[in-house]
Ligand binder design. Structure first.
Ligand code: NAG
Length: 125
């Protein structure tokens, strides 16, 4: 009897600890690689009712909006290197949940493309 009780308690404890942290946010695309200066669009969708959703980003933050299921984060010219835009949603009776988009920004030519020009200039003199 005692053992059964203890087992039941342990199972309850286990269930409580593995209860999934449900954040009903879906981001499309979930990650991306963008060239510096290029446009970016990410779609955030919340699958449950919420009190407001928005985007927090170093460029083009989207203020919290209510009554929408999906919200776009759009940048015409991405000129920030470390971008991790965050889509958040304030849920009813639950803590705010959010998901981050992984954006890798690259530049085709910064130093490598200038090098031949510099060499040419040096050779001209
Ligand atoms: C964003 O995604 C949702 C769910 O897939 C879709 O219904 C909605 O049309 C999308 N919005 C845009 C602007 O693509």
């Amino acid at each position: 009897m005692k053992l059964v009780e203890m087992l039941g308690f342990l199972i309850l404890l286990f269930l409580a600890s593995v209860e999934p942290d449900v954040c009903p946010i879906e981001i499309n695309p979930p990650s991306m690689v963008v060239r510096y200066g290029d446009p970016v669009t990410v779609n955030c969708t919340v699958s449950t009712n919420h009190l407001g959703m928005g985007w927090v980003a170093p460029q083009n933050t989207v203020d919290q909006q209510t009554g929408v299921r999906s919200l776009l984060w759009t940048v015409e010219h991405l000129t920030t290197w470390d971008v991790a835009p965050l889509c958040f949603a304030n849920l009813v009776g639950k803590p705010q949940c959010s998901k981050e988009v992984s954006v890798t920004v690259y530049s085709k030519c910064v130093s490598l493309c200038l090098l031949p020009l510099i060499v040419l200039k040096v050779l001209q003199f």
